[in-house]
Design a protein around this ligand. Structure first.
Ligand code: C5P
Length: 281
């Protein structure tokens, strides 16, 4: 059996760190949005018991360090839905170590595709359990859309959808691994917080300028201390007419919101760096 599926990137519209947890993770509160930039996955179920990954990007590992491969193995172990393994091919478009949840999204897409193909042997709760063994963002990616993420990232509340707009994602050169950015965080970095209440009411009212004004990620100044390109990308987006801009996740991608696609396209040529034009999905 061969399955095909897309895995969508996510951006954090707001991101707050509430503290460090006894388990070593950080307690987070963030509004997240899935976007149309996606990886394309082909999952071939094999008679051979091996689980392997192959990608158009050399830096993507072929073993279980690849979250899509791990997801397929966890699903097979839990359900025994088929005897054998899986060979997963990924056409990778989402940049890695960028704060876009690419690996997490690949894993979630594999879990969803396998669960659908075998007539839903796992409940949503069971899928979330597997998802959390892979990474904190994987539960969000199972459903996508616009959601509030709390706890490690696994406590999810659906939010009003982002009003129609274009997002321009700008990628500074550096890749920022998530644990490194959390490691840079000092208590003094957490003096400013997103105006989440204001953000949520703007979202509910479909007020795009109000949403854009309240984009805020507490990790942006932390990452920007180490990677100059983040502030440059942010300033370039605002100078190019974005209604608002923010880093996503632990970076290094910075995105801007635009009411019109034509304005976002013009901004893409003005910022003069690697960028991706997309919309909320
Ligand atoms: O859960 P995931 O494997 O994606 O997390 C990668 C790293 O990010 C963790 O090892 C931890 O350093 C950091 N992290 C955190 N708090 C979270 C999520 C991730 O400190 N809520």
């Amino acid at each position: 059996m061969t399955l095909k599926t897309n895995a969508y990137a996510k951006v954090n519209l707001t991101l707050d760190v509430l503290g460090k947890r006894p388990d070593g993770y950080h307690e987070l509160k963030m509004a997240a949005q899935s976007v149309s930039l996606c990886d394309e996955l082909t999952i071939e179920l094999t008679k051979s018991p091996a689980f392997t990954g192959l990608s158009n990007k050399a830096y993507i590992p072929g073993d279980e360090r690849n979250h899509a491969v791990k997801a397929a193995r966890l699903f097979r172990d839990k359900t025994r839905a088929w005897d054998g393994g899986a060979a997963i091919t990924i056409n990778k478009r989402i940049p890695a170590c960028a704060g876009l949840g690419g690996g997490s999204s690949d894993a979630a897409a594999v879990l969803n595709a396998l669960n659908a193909a075998f007539d839903e042997p796992l409940t949503y709760g069971e899928l979330v359990e597997l998802a959390l063994q892979i990474g904190s963002d994987v539960p969000f990616c199972l459903r996508g859309g616009t959601q509030l993420m709390e706890g490690r990232g696994e406590l999810l509340t659906p939010l009003s959808p982002l009003p129609l707009c274009s997002l321009l994602l700008v990628k500074p050169e550096t890749q920022l691994p998530t644990p490194r950015v959390f490691g840079w965080l000092k208590p003094g970095d957490l003096r400013c917080h997103p105006d989440l209440d204001g953000f949520l009411s703007a979202l509910e009212n479909g007020d795009l300028p109000g949403i854009a004004r309240r984009l805020y990620n507490v990790l942006e100044t932390v990452a920007a201390r180490h990677e100059r390109g983040i502030t440059e990308a942010h300033n370039d987006l605002i100078a190019a007419g974005a209604l608002g801009a923010s880093m996503t996740g632990t970076g290094s991608v910075v995105f801007g919101l635009f009411a019109d696609e034509a304005d976002a396209k013009r901004a893409a040529s003005e910022v003069g760096r690697k960028s991706y034009l997309c919309r909320g999905v």
